[in-house]
Design a protein around this ligand. Structure first.
Ligand code: ZN
Length: 177
């Protein structure tokens, strides 16, 4: 396994919608190796999600630790989500902080659907349907956006909450419990 280079905001690869994978490709050594490397890369940089375009690969795939608390202390087995389709459940939106490995050291408040369902393939090429609420739902929406060339700045209602990580820790972590 190896740690992959993460594209930062400004790299055009982050702004291009990417192509779906078929089941034969999912089973290929290339894609299985990519998934392992993406998980290792995400963990190395203490992310909770990482999408293929962030490591310069133009395929509809992301990895995520969906059980992880935002503090990152709780270790869960990361999952690979391939060709995700999001179905929003209900109308409730929640605004909360997000960061991105492609936008290092910056946080901002982003509105997201509170509850979603996701249809996708897992890394075995099996069809899966997940339900997600709150933080995991946020992670899935953020990562799926990457597959469409969308970054979290694009979703912010206002840029007024944009915050460097140091100032986030200093001024804004207290309102979290
Ligand atoms: Zn991101």
């Amino acid at each position: 396994m190896s740690i992959l280079k993460v594209a930062r905001m400004g790299h055009p690869v982050l702004r291009v919608p990417v192509r779906p994978l078929d089941r034969a490709e999912i089973a290929s050594t290339t894609i299985q190796q990519l998934i392992d490397d993406m998980i290792e890369t995400m963990e190395e940089y203490r992310g909770v999600g990482l999408a293929a375009p962030q490591v310069h690969e133009g395929v509809r795939l992301f990895v995520a630790s969906l059980d992880a608390e935002e503090s990152g202390d709780t270790r869960s087995e990361p999952v690979a989500i391939i060709n995700p389709e999001i179905i929003v459940v209900g109308r409730e939106m929640v605004e909360d902080w997000e960061g991105c490995l492609s936008i290092p050291e910056v946080r901002g408040r982003v509105p997201r659907a509170k509850e979603i369902k996701v249809r996708a393939f897992d890394r075995q090429g099996e069809r899966v349907e997940l339900s997600a609420l709150d933080f995991p739902a946020r992670v899935i929406q953020h990562e799926t956006d990457h597959l469409d060339g969308i970054l979290f700045f694009d979703r912010m209602r206002s840029l007024a909450s944009l915050t460097f990580l140091e100032e986030y820790r200093r001024f804004w972590t207290k309102d979290k419990d």
